[in-house]
Design a protein around this ligand. Structure first.
Ligand code: AMP
Ligand code: GLY
Length: 428
């Protein structure tokens, strides 16, 4: 099979690395890719926002299958345009991707299907939103309705903070994405990410993971795209996975079919595990970044076969098998991220790879023999271990060997799992 993967981050290097191992693969292109994807595929300079260019390249190069990595091209309907040209595509339709693209769309589906989620109200104007807020009190969560590069959510502990978030949305801080605002109740619990392949009708649960969204140790500092992740997430017991499938995922798939917009792709559920059980925080219509990086290191099955079966409605009878170890990714980012940072600094030689250690590139580019930083999140050091603690030690040791003074990372990725492991040892 000739495959074109769209995207340029650490998630795409991880997907490309795993796709490249498939016996079904004949040729892999990544557009636009990064300094890591060029090791396992051919990078092509294409703008994913230019659908005609993507389709044109796919046709000219006899591509059989397009895989979309990031959210923006999925939500913009690149999948529809690729399929319209007669090429199979992993990535839901624009209509189905509203599960990620519109918070109020997902909330309405939850209401309709009885899916557990935080109670909410949607507002199109500032004054009624402020009135509702003052009657409700804090903590409370303010969300720009549309896509906002992961920055549209404010978990407000004070009324003042909530008022500023509401004002910001209606003042155009997130452009059209903030023209309507969802205000929802604060959910208390531990968060987990859950990934399920859906072929429109059938589902195949993949794996659980936990992300670390704040920039600094101790979950302090600004929100980022994610500074590290590990898989599986111990908080997601087999019972909770079963409940999430029954109460959240299956009704979503049924609801989307009933609307005439079946969901075909990976459904990434952001969950809060509350005292009453799992509740949906949000859906994403794509794989997580950085959650994908530890997941692919654990995956034994052929990723290309699974993604193609998903895209063509053939998940029946498919299974996914996983290594028994835990996997953990530490993101090494450019100093200043998620605010202003410099690009173009020299990254020293990367540590040797083993079966238990893989350095995925997120924001890098090659300049002849040199490797240069080219983004905010730059490297994703990913390791396997018998425990999360062991995987973390391996990743930390590898990071210690990388000479890149312009970078920083968190030192406490996986802390919840490591604490659990320690407590279990003490109990045992
Ligand atoms: P989202 O972009 O919807 O994933 O929200 C970003 C982050 O805000 C989530 O990962 C949660 O940590 C937090 N968050 C969102 N909604 C809620 C909620 N209803 N209660 C508590 N925390 C939330
Ligand atoms: N790591 C969170 C996301 O991919 O949205």
């Amino acid at each position: 099979m000739r495959v074109l993967l769209i995207g340029s981050g650490g998630r795409e290097h991880a997907l490309a690395w795993k796709l490249a191992q498939s016996l079904m693969l004949e040729k892999l292109y990544v557009a636009p890719g990064n300094g890591g994807t060029s090791e396992v595929a051919e990078n092509v300079l294409l703008d994913p926002a230019d659908h005609a260019a993507v389709v044109g390249f796919a046709k000219a190069n006899a591509v059989d299958f397009v895989v979309i990595g990031p959210d923006a091209p999925v939500v913009a309907g690149l999948g529809d345009d690729v399929r319209a040209a007669g090429i199979a595509c992993f990535g839901p339709s624009k209509a189905a991707a509203q599960l990620e693209g519109s918070k109020s769309f997902t909330k309405a589906l939850c209401d309709e299907m009885g899916i557990p989620t935080a109670a909410y109200r949607k507002f199109e104007a500032e004054a009624p939103a402020l009135t509702y807020l003052r009657g409700h009190g804090t903590p409370i969560v303010i969300k720009a309705d549309g896509l906002a590069l992961g920055k549209g959510v404010t978990v407000a502990m004070t009324v003042d903070e909530a008022e500023r978030a509401i004002a910001g949305c209606f003042a155009g801080q997130f452009g059209a994405s903030g023209a309507s605002v969802v205000i929802e109740d604060f959910l208390e619990g531990e968060e987990a990410s859950f990934f399920v392949l859906c072929d429109g009708e059938r589902t195949l649960p993949l794996a659980t993971a936990q992300d670390h969204k704040r920039a600094f140790d101790g979950d302090m500092g600004p929100n980022t795209g994610g500074m590290g992740a590990y898989s599986p997430a111990a908080v997601m017991t087999p019972e909770l996975i079963e409940r999430t499938m029954r109460e959240i995922i299956e009704p979503t798939v049924r609801g989307m079919r009933a609307r005439g917009t079946p969901y075909q792709g990976v459904l990434f559920a952001g969950l809060m595990i509350t005292r009453e059980g799992p509740k949906l925080i949000e859906y994403n219509a794509r794989f997580g970044d950085p959650e994908t990086q530890p997941m692919v290191l654990r995956l034994e099955s052929d990723l290309l076969e699974l993604l193609h079966a998903t895209a063509t409605g053939n998940l029946a009878g498919k299974t996914a098998t996983w290594r028994p170890e835990a996997a953990l990714t530490v993101v090494v980012a450019a100093k200043g991220y998620p605010g202003h940072y410099e690009k173009g600094s020299l990254i020293g030689p990367l540590p040797a790879e083993t079966e238990s250690l893989k350095v995925f590139h997120a924001g890098t580019k090659r300049d002849g023999e040199r490797l240069l930083s080219n983004g905010g999140r730059v490297l994703n050091v990913t390791a396997l271990g018998g425990t999360v603690a062991e995987a973390k030690e391996r990743a930390d040791a590898a990071i210690g060997m990388i000479d890149w003074p312009e970078g920083f990372c968190r030192h406490d990725i996986g802390w919840r799992a490591i604490l659990r492991e320690r407590n279990a040892q003490l109990d045992g």
